[in-house]
Design a protein around this ligand. Structure first.
Ligand SMILES: [Fe+2]
Length: 394
């Protein structure tokens, strides 16, 4: 293994994980000197009764919930963030609890920017390292296992007026605590379990193979892949399997730590473009594109894919595969995983099943080559390279 001449690694997020981890919320807020949290979530979470699990934990505590906002849309916007920030201030809140998937968590991070920086408009802080104020305590309770947003320094929010997605990156966006409680992911439907799980796998694979990889992120990525390999199909086929659910929550978090400290790559760049142009669900785009982007990268980083065959396929398959064939075998195993998941929950495995039209290709390719996630990909991609990948994945 080659260690880069210089790298940085940081994960200051406290992790409270396991059965009834939610019961630690009041004590954590106290430790963070907060007494009046705003809870930011979405209708899916409140309708599934998951919000009650969180709120019930405060019944006999001296913490007062200052605000419950459960109208976060699946693709959150600057308008929504600014609105919640106003409510946060009106209700004298001093901290945030985010309960949900990527959108609720990113919304909470963005609200934290507005209320901490004491500015009216979120748009002033777009980009990398634009924050300076100390953030409010932010506790994250994920209800999906995929984005890893509970441990990342990124938030993405839509500017619906301009039709673009705005990225915000800063160490100050890292949450204070991530609470993984298996009962919070138990009701996630099979297809969403599969696609968010494949997002986590893509985070781990891209973190392990991109130009900014380092030994620390490698360790997290490796363990995440092993957990996903042993538990994703179980979590999809038997949603009530709390140990598989908990393992996937851990895998998602570990993959999040990995890519937050290295980066992602071309799967994410092309996937972001598929989302923007053809509204393909992020996890689904990841599942479909991962094998085909790996085929493209194969001649440059085949040795790294070969290594990953061990955590993905296990010792027996690894030992029985000739070293020169291990990289191709790894890609084949990911494809087979996609097809098995598709059998379990009808997850699309080709772009034409996910709403992409051939007429979208040109625009997707143009956007993908300009996406920030393209920079750390181990091999440069031209628009025509992206078009070839899209054709293969179609
Ligand atoms: Fe992702």
């Amino acid at each position: 293994m080659t260690i880069p001449r210089y790298y940085e690694f940081q994960n200051p997020v406290k992790i409270n994980a396991g059965e009834d981890a939610l019961r630690t919320l009041p004590a954590e807020l106290k430790r963070l000197q907060a007494a009046r949290p705003a809870v930011i979530t979405d209708k899916g979470v409140s309708n599934a009764g998951l919000l009650d699990h969180v709120l019930n934990g405060f019944k006999n505590s001296d913490i007062t919930i200052g605000l419950v906002f459960d109208e976060t849309p699946s693709d959150s916007s600057v308008t929504v963030v600014n609105r919640i920030a106003d409510l946060f201030i009106e209700n004298n809140c001093d901290s945030i609890i985010a309960v949900g998937g990527g959108s609720a968590i990113d919304t909470a991070k963005a609200v934290n920017i507005v209320v901490s920086e004491n500015e009216k408009d979120l748009r002033k802080f777009v980009g990398a390292d634009r924050l300076s104020a100390r953030p409010k305590p932010l506790i994250v309770v994920p209800t999906t296992a995929g984005t890893g947003s509970e441990v990342t320094l990124v938030a993405v929010i839509s500017d619906t007026e301009k039709g673009v997605k705005l990225p915000f990156t800063s160490r100050l966006l890292l949450p204070s605590v991530a609470v993984l409680d298996p009962k919070m992911t138990i009701s996630l439907p099979p297809r969403l379990t599969a696609t968010t799980g494949m997002d986590a796998l893509t985070h781990a694979v891209e973190a392990y193979t991109c130009l900014q990889k380092n030994p620390m992120s490698d360790a997290f990525a490796w363990s995440a892949i092993s957990l996903i390999s042993n538990n994703l199909e179980k979590a999809v086929s038997s949603g009530q399997d709390t140990s598989a659910r908990f393992a996937m929550a851990n895998a998602s978090l570990m993959a999040g730590v990995a890519f937050s400290n290295s980066m992602v790559g071309a799967v994410h760049a092309i996937g972001h473009a598929c989302g923007a142009v053809a509204h393909v669900h992020h996890g689904n785009a990841m599942a479909i594109l991962l094998p085909y982007v790996m085929k493209f990268n194969l001649d440059t980083i085949g040795h790294l894919y070969a290594e990953l065959l061990l955590p993905l396929a296990g010792a027996e398959i690894y030992a029985n595969t000739k070293p020169t064939l291990r990289a191709r075998k790894f890609i084949e195993e990911v494809l087979l995983l996609n097809y098995r998941l598709s059998k379990l929950c009808a997850m699309p495995v080709k772009l034409n099943q996910a709403g992409v039209k051939r007429a979208d290709f040109k625009k997707i390719a143009e956007m993908a080559v300009n996406d920030g996630a393209m920079l750390p990909n181990p091999k440069d991609l031209s628009e025509s390279d992206v078009l070839s990948i899209l054709n293969e994945a179609y």
